[in-house]
Design a protein around this ligand. Sequence first.
Ligand code: HGY
Ligand code: MN
Ligand code: MN
Length: 419
Amino acid sequence: MISAPAPSRHAPPDPSAARLLERIDALARVSEQADGLTRVYLSSQHAEANRLVGGWMAEAGMAVRVDAAGNLVGRREGVRPGLPCLMLGSHLDSVRNAGRYDGMLGVLTAIECVEALGERALPFAIEVVGFGDEEGVRFQATMLGSRALAGTFDPTLLDLRDAGGTTLREAMAAFGLDPSALAGAARRREDVLAYVEYHIEQGPVLEAEGLPVGVVTAINGQQRFRVQLDGMAGHSGTVPMRLRQDALVAAAECVLAAERIAGAVPDAVATVGQLAPSPGATNVIPGRAVFSLDVRSPRDADRTQVAAAILDECRAIAARRKIGIEVVQTHELASCACAPWLQDQLSAAIAADGHRVVALPSGAGHDAMAMVALADVAMLFLRCREGISHHPAESITAEDAATGMRVLQSFIEHFEPRR
Ligand code: HGY
Ligand code: MN
Ligand code: MN
């Protein structure tokens, strides 16, 4: 594991930015990994993170609950109880060996902003949500928490199994949730004025522009697949090369095909992040190879065309090598446009803080993609060093953390619900 250099931090000008960074560091220690950050959905670390962040929500004066999907929800009433809310938030789960800002920055900054409101009476409520599963690390399907809150959760996903064979249904019950009550997590459209997510950019654009923050125009659509290749295991010393049905070699050819096909389509990306040969012995020809495929594009037509072309090529490779192939799509989310009226209000907050306004697309997926089924959405991006993310070297500066907080605060205080 690369030991991440401590992010360059001067004493932040804003006292709550100092506390924000301390809290992010404290939350990063809630991990299944002794030497880094891994926190997956419905784990004991997820429960501990809900307790820790829930305590900070309570300190900020919010009523705190965990919903039927395990999402952490803090609520601050407006001028009178029960008003529709401006919903802020992001996710509290992480990828494996993650950075500490992806997701957590948005949740903890929103809590600071709510606390900074003090007794100020707003004509709307504010809710801050810490979603339990944006990354999809444990069950391969992503955004399970935000889909449940948006009312689009597919109950057949309850039969998904993690690497240990535990179903999502069993994991929910072990977490203290009732899987049969999952529909209760769904919110009503009339109760949510908008969903706005503050998140690190996870890319190089803001740094290249010399800007601390930017407004997101749209979030690229994405598809994920599980591909299983079944050849013939055998003795590595005795089976001649011409007689082999080596599943791992076939998978390697598929990986190269994914790179070639996606690389030929502007703005499309394809990634094989997981590849598992079995039985996994040095002297055994891999009879099986299972890999993940992640395909994205700003344009849904391109994305589906690239995914189909890659999988067609995988099938041709398997046929030529006399290898069986099984393809399962585990996830799909269409590209998501951010609402212009919200973009305008975020842009005004950025400009009021003295920055040039840049609008940019998001290549990374976010809970906002699921939340758009419930309410208009928008995102505020914060610069991160060299665009590094999904890696322990992910980092931001204290100054930028303070800037992002001021801009989010200004957006909240001037928020005008759409008439
Ligand atoms: O995969 C993504 O884009 C997000 O980080 N979950
Ligand atoms: Mn992520
Ligand atoms: Mn994220």
